[in-house]
Design a protein around this ligand. Sequence first.
Ligand code: SF4
Ligand code: SF4
Length: 250
Amino acid sequence: MTQPNGERLTLSSTFRFTCRPGIACFTHCCRDVNIVLTPGDVFRLKQRLQIPSHEFLDRYTVTLISRHSGLPVVLLKMQEDEAKLCPFVTPEGCAVYQDRPWACRMYPLDFDTDLDSYRIIADPSRCRGLQEGPEIVVEDWLDEQGALKPHPVDRMYNEATRRLEFPRDRVSNPEVARMYFLAAYDLDRFRHFVLGTRFLQIFDLPAEVVEGIKQDDMELARLAALWLKFGFADKNALPLRDEIFDPSLR
Ligand code: SF4
Ligand code: SF4
């Protein structure tokens, strides 16, 4: 039986679903849809497309500021014609399937953090897979889609911002929101920021870390997450140079 849209599901719940080329609605859900990109999504997609983060963000995304948190929210930009197709959809399916965004991996499910449960968000009258598929266990489905655990980059950013509670900690300073965007989404510009400003005169980073971030995006993301943690929650997250505490040396 198809689960009613919105019913709460746990990892051990079952639902009926399949999605495959040949199904009547194939790729119909890849248009005119709001897909929020996580930092990990942007990380994967810009690597997949082999373009710098700022080029990816300029070409494929729009950024809004969340009223709830005051922080940037990055959305995948649909094409601007009448069909409003996702820029990555093709007649054969998703052109970036291995690196598709988290929300696409989850679909037709979504995770409700407040209720700590999953729910079906697709309309069963439009998503044929909810009518035609076999009964599957939520956990197995998510595992198959690579959506059971967050991407390592998202884990680092989640940890960095773990102590923030909204709306209590709502960010009202646009400069803070801009720095968050730089560190969480625009990693290639963050690299220039670290190497081209006083950053390394303020923070005492081991030489191997400085060398690492020049080449390695994962090292760079690790530093960016620690910098956010330093700014938002924990002044011990990054070591400061002794000199910056000594006014006579400035
Ligand atoms: S990224 Fe891929 S799966 Fe997601 S909407 Fe676009 S084409 Fe569909
Ligand atoms: S509407 Fe449902 S079955 Fe059809 S392509 Fe999208 S997820 Fe798959």
